[in-house]
Design a binder for this molecule. Structure first.
Ligand code: DP6
Length: 347
């Protein structure tokens, strides 16, 4: 027989950025981070995991129609061996279960958005892979427990196993067992939240995040201040802003943390630039909108690439999304589009 499970996982966009590892093998971060999970109606990874004795002996992974070199991907291998070990312990405890842990796996994954365009594709990708195999293996582990495995695939992936507002706690233990994601608030707590994604460029990014953060950790003087004193305070403050649904506070912390993260990139040696002229035009426009309206109605954030994500509340859609599209959407501005618009939440 062929045993099979299909699942989807959403994209998440951090408002307090993960940037820097204290352990590169276990993928443990130097600071906690917090993200908003986007609706799967706009962006998601769809993954099918199957296991069968009729498959070739080695596990295979196909991403967007292309076979991937799974054997050279330590991260994928780490996720799969963790999941297999959990399945094996179920089989050891119950002899009536089929021995799926001994069968080769076939994993087929598809994004409905450009891969490696700074749209956190690795986050949704590894989250979907872990959840699909966990479903196939009928593992009893909670999303929080599975986040420990997804984290080893890609740090940000641990936050895509949950909906709503998700924190990844850096943890203190050397084995990483307390470096896990947890839901800070469900999507339904703040249903007015929206995200607009402006695709400045769907090209692959210049410096992949794994490499970029290593350079920052090794060379930036600003980095340790951000990780040790700036982020812990911001985590507390943004969790309070989410609890109180205080958009101006949420927005200011989000924008400031994006700016601090990009400042540590610029402070790296050699410097790393992720934002470009169009990204900076989006920053200016958001500040102009907020100033013109007389209150904070929009917040920008940028990951390891030039694309902007703009958060706002539903009641300000016309004001924010309407203005951004009208001004930056004009062909002369250099936007490639498309605009992905969605509930900033998991459904
Ligand atoms: C800027 O999770 O892609 O998007 O753990 O090396 O795979 P690895 O890094 P990754 O880094 C994401 C960096 C970021 C910020 C964030 O999502 O928190």
């Amino acid at each position: 027989p062929v045993y099979r499970a299909t699942t989807t996982a959403p994209v998440n966009i951090a408002v307090i950025k993960y940037w820097g590892k204290r352990d590169t093998t276990l993928n443990l971060p130097t600071n906690s981070s917090l993200s908003v999970t986007l609706s799967q109606r706009s962006l998601r990874t769809l993954t099918t995991a199957s296991a069968s004795a009729i498959y070739p002996a080695e596990d295979t992974l196909n991403l967007n129609g292309k076979p991937q070199e799974i054997q050279s991907s330590k991260r994928t291998l780490a996720c799969l061996s963790n999941l297999r070990a959990l399945r094996k312990s179920l089989e050891d405890a119950d002899a009536s279960l089929p021995k799926l842990s001994a069968l080769p796996l076939r994993i087929v994954s598809e994004n409905n958005f450009p891969t490696a365009a700074g749209l956190a594709s690795s986050a949704a990708g590894f989250a979907a892979l872990v959840r699909a195999v966990a479903n196939l293996y009928q593992l009893p582990q909670s999303p929080r427990e599975l986040s420990r495995i997804a984290r080893q695939g890609s740090g940000s992936a641990c936050r895509s196993l949950m909906g709503g507002y998700v924190a990844w706690r850096t943890g203190e233990l050397a084995d990483g067992s307390d470096s896990l994601a947890e839901e800070v608030a469900p999507a339904s707590h703040w249903p007015e939240m929206r995200a607009l994604i402006l695709v400045v460029s769907a090209e692959k990014k210049d410096v992949p995040s794994t490499e970029g953060m290593q350079t920052t950790v090794a060379t930036s003087d600003l980095f340790s201040t951000r990780a040790q004193s700036v982020v812990p305070e911001r985590m507390d403050a943004i969790e309070a802003a989410i609890r109180d649904r205080d958009f101006p506070k949420f927005a200011e912390i989000t924008m400031r943390d994006s700016n601090t993260f990009h400042a540590t990139c610029l402070d790296s040696w050699p410097p790393i630039f992720y934002m470009n002229d169009v990204s900076r035009a989006a920053v200016r426009l958001v500040h102009d909108i907020n100033r013109a309206v007389g209150r904070t109605v929009a917040a920008y954030t940028f990951d390891a690439g030039p694309n902007a994500v703009i958060y706002y509340e539903e009641k300000d859609s016309e004001l924010v999304a309407g203005t951004v599209k009208a001004i930056l959407g004009a062909s002369a501005s250099g936007w490639e589009g498309p605009f992905y618009e969605g509930l900033a939440n998991l459904t």
